[in-house]
Design a protein. Structure first.
Length: 301
């Protein structure tokens, strides 16, 4: 990696650590939203650096759809055991069972949207006043509107037109009772920055990010992983292909990329040459032009 790239990555690292320490200083009950994807893994890695040798002063919160990749759950549990983190799991299946949300039906059914209710219920149950997320401004146009400190009202809703200025890295975390904040320490990172940092720091990531053989099927110009809950159309068939995940979420909406990338160096070269955005492989973002912004306004990550 070139020297100037390392300098740039270290500046981003320093900025994120500063934001993480501001969260610990300003909020009473913060939590780190952990999906098992590369961004939340890097955010947790940075948090461990920020507070070393003490433990990270907030729990990891995973909103489990019940339709996660097995590799993601295994990685999560091993990381929690290795680092001694506190893990809180919010269950979408429990939200369905208790009537809080209704399971989607049909070929394009997904539990991704249902996470919003489970997340807000989990925040309310544990009285979290801040939830750290791994969102980056380069991912999607709605996320580009976010500040580092993103205010949410008493209903967990986000108003993109009513955000606080953040001049000279001064963050305003003041809120009324019942309100909370989402904070995004990786806001100024790009997908390439994240991968370069993972390479530089030798950060462990799930095997899903590397090329592997998997049963998949082709739908709407993308490969989706086959699973018992994935309903195939009559014209679709399961094939075994060499694929990898570029972004990890619920199986029902995570597109798999045909790839031969077996190392971090290979992934970096592949990302550099790609003409498709990272979120371009997420089926949930293709439901409408404003899909992400609509979900964020309702309380999504």
């Amino acid at each position: 990696m070139k020297k100037y790239n390392i300098t740039h990555i270290r500046e981003l690292e320093s900025e994120s650590i500063y934001v993480l320490r501001e969260v610990a200083a300003q909020f009473e009950r913060p939590a780190l939203l952990f999906s098992g994807g590369k961004d939340s893994i890097v955010m947790y890695y940075l948090a461990r650096k920020a507070f070393w040798p003490a433990k990270v002063p907030f729990p990891l919160v995973h909103i489990d759809t019940g339709h996660n990749f097995e590799e993601t759950i295994v990685f999560r549990d091993e990381l929690v055991e290795k680092t001694g983190a506190t893990l809180i799991v919010g269950s979408v299946q429990e939200s369905i069972d208790t009537g809080r949300v209704a399971e989607e039906k049909g070929y394009s059914a997904s539990r991704n949207l249902l996470q919003t209710t489970t997340l807000l219920d989990t925040i309310e149950k544990h009285k979290f006043d801040c939830a750290l997320g791994g969102g980056r401004r380069d991912e999607e146009k709605a996320r580009a509107k976010e500040r580092f400190f993103s205010h949410r009202d008493e209903f967990g809703q986000w108003d993109p037109k009513n955000q606080r200025p953040e001049l000279w890295n001064i963050f305003n975390g003041k809120k009324h009772v019942g309100e909370h904040f989402r904070v995004f320490p990786l806001s100024n990172w790009t997908e390439m920055d994240v991968w370069q940092y993972i390479l530089l720091e030798n950060v462990d990531i799930p095997s899903l990010y590397f090329t592997h053989k998997r049963e998949v099927f082709f739908r709407d110009n993308q490969w989706l992983a086959a699973a018992p809950f994935m309903k195939l159309k009559p014209t679709e068939k399961i094939e075994v292909r060499e694929v990898r995940c570029r972004t990890i979420g619920d199986i029902s909406c995570t597109g798999m990329a045909l790839s031969t990338a077996n190392s971090l160096e290979d992934i970096i070269l592949e990302v550099a040459a790609s003409r498709v955005t990272e979120r371009g492989s997420r089926a949930d973002d293709k439901r409408s032009e404003s899909a992400m912004e609509d979900r964020k306004k309702e309380g999504y990550f």
